[in-house]
Write a new protein. Structure first.
Length: 130
């Protein structure tokens, strides 16, 4: 009998070689976990946007967004966690500027959510968290 995390090979009572493939199951479980994490993060982003938008303007200015950006990066970005505090402070304005697609000096929920989900998916342009 031989095993691996992805496959079990054994002989049954009729001396027939049997292969039990677990690879697709582990990939399915991994994908389901990623989808659950993505959904949870999406809900958290909306919730935190509404909390940060203290003046109920429908958008966030950099000062309003900074605490949540620090929290989300600390929770979900290994690259950010590995920076020293000075680099982390410098990264926040770059990240906010990148999020501000229309360069209005503020981000809407749509800009905020799509940008942070791209951060989660490691789809940021180089230089944002360098």
């Amino acid at each position: 009998m031989e095993t691996s995390p992805e496959q079990l090979v054994c002989v049954d009572t009729h001396k027939t070689l049997k292969f039990y493939d677990f690879k697709h199951e582990s990939e399915k479980a991994k994908k389901e976990q990623e989808e659950a994490d993505y959904k949870q993060l999406s809900e958290l982003i909306i919730e935190q946007f509404n909390i940060a938008d203290t003046d109920r303007s429908g958008y966030l200015e950099e000062e309003e967004a900074t605490p949540f950006l620090k929290m989300i990066l600390t929770s979900y970005s290994e690259q950010y966690k590995n920076m020293d505090p000075e680099q982390q402070s410098e990264a926040i304005p770059r990240l906010f500027d990148w999020m501000d697609i229309d360069k209005s000096g503020k981000v809407t929920l749509r800009e905020f959510k799509s940008s942070l989900l791209r951060v989660f998916s490691c789809q940021m342009p180089p230089g944002i968290l360098d």
